[in-house]
Design a protein around this ligand. Structure first.
Ligand SMILES: NC(=O)C1=CN([C@@H]2O[C@H](COP(=O)(O)OP(=O)(O)OC[C@H]3O[C@@H](n4cnc5c(N)ncnc54)[C@H](OP(=O)(O)O)[C@@H]3O)[C@@H](O)[C@H]2O)C=CC1
Ligand SMILES: CC(C)(CO)C(=O)C(=O)O
Length: 324
């Protein structure tokens, strides 16, 4: 299959590597010249726990127009980069192209769906959530926690054919994948458990270390339970809060060298996805009249860090709940 991946960061690289390894033709579309050069010249190196590093011959470009039509396109940029990524994607998309987002948070799927209505109508926009993790070590070199779950579902309607086609790719690459008929509930569960990202960002702790400190482990549990009350009030009553706590603690504990995506943003001095994660929880909680003090505290700290870095206007530093 011809697969276009927009992004050359952590997730683009872990999934791109595995899909090249499974025999697919993969083209990365990025915007960082140094990373593109590293990929084309030295290939993509992926470290996985318990196995030697793998190096994959990689093809990467800044010029999306040079790529041509793809069978499947994976959108793996940060949520706030989705509008620009979607514009770049146009030359890759035919009516039969499946477009897949595995981005965290709320809203990216809606931006993609609005841009490609024909693919949306035919069930070819696939929304997913993944508990796999990627950490960038250097341009063209990533660490991959690969044993965790990925769930796919149609963005619109009940036709799961498109989601099944993508899940089959995952299975071929040796990764767990399943189909859900309620991807929106899974997206909210992931938004809630991604509360751990802000904990990592504010403590500086790598993933496993968060589970080893009793105080931080308790904070992980508390942030998930707080967010789950909001998810339940939104109508996702089928989500089991204890299961959500157990799931995220397991993912963190199984990722000794992992750094959550938000901690990697802090490391790199770049904007975080706080708005579409804790910010989304706060926004929903305000509408539903639910108190979410932990989410507010973490949100405020991360926003203040962004303000201090000059990444965001000081007027957003006024307090939690001021979501963009
Ligand atoms: N890392 C993780 O473990 C997990 C991340 N996720 C989610 O996956 C998504 C991607 O995260 P992650 O891979 O960590 O992020 P990274 O920041 O590592 O990678 C994002 C990539 O997108 C590139 N990019 C941004 N805008 C464009 C554009 N217009 N055209 C082409 N490339 C572009 C960036 O380029 P540049 O390098 O130049 O900035 C970068 O290579 C996020 O929504 C994240 O929350 C989900 C599960 C786990
Ligand atoms: C916590 C983790 C790794 C779970 O997949 C994640 O989603 C992230 O780092 O953004």
């Amino acid at each position: 299959m011809r697969i276009g991946i927009i992004g050359t960061g952590a997730m683009a690289s872990i999934f791109g590597g595995g899909l090249i390894g499974a025999g697919h033709e993969v083209v990365f579309i990025g915007k960082n010249a140094a990373t593109i050069a590293a990929l084309n010249e030295h290939g993509l190196t992926v470290d996985r726990d318990g196995s030697p590093s793998s190096n994959y011959a990689a093809s990467a470009t800044i010029d999306a127009a040079s790529v041509g039509i793809c069978d499947i396109v994976l959108v793996l940029v940060k949520a706030y980069d989705t509008p620009a990524a979607v514009s770049a994607l146009v030359p890759l998309i035919a009516p039969e192209t499946s477009i897949v987002t595995l981005q965290n948070g709320v809203g990216a799927g809606e931006i993609i769906a609005a841009a490609f209505p024909e693919n949306l109508e035919s069930g070819k926009i696939v929304k997913g959530v993944t508990y796999q993790g990627g950490t960038v070590l250097a341009p063209g070199h990533v660490y991959h926690h690969s044993t965790a779950a990925t769930l796919f579902g149609p963005f619109l309607g009940a036709d799961t054919a498109g989601a099944k086609k993508v899940a089959a790719l995952w299975t071929e690459a040796g990764w767990a994948a399943s189909i859900t008929d309620d991807i929106d509930a899974e997206v909210w569960k992931k938004v809630v458990v991604n509360g751990v990202n802000a904990i990592a960002a504010t403590t500086g702790l790598p993933s496993r270390a968060m589970t080893e400190s009793p105080a931080v482990r308790q904070l992980v549990e508390d942030i998930v339970l707080e967010g789950m009350a909001v998810a339940h009030a939104l109508g996702y009553t089928q989500l089991d809060e204890r299961q959500a706590v157990a799931d995220i603690l397991r993912v963190l504990a199984e990722t000794p060298d992992g750094r959550t995506s938000m901690l990697q943003d802090i490391d790199a001095g770049r904007r975080t996805e706080i708005d579409v994660l804790n910010g989304a929880v706060i926004e929903a909680a305000e509408r539903l009249d639910i108190d979410v003090p932990l989410n507010r505290a973490l949100y405020t700290q991360v926003i203040q860090w962004e303000v201090a870095q000059g990444l965001r206007s000081p007027r957003f530093g006024a307090g939690a709940g001021t979501v963009n």
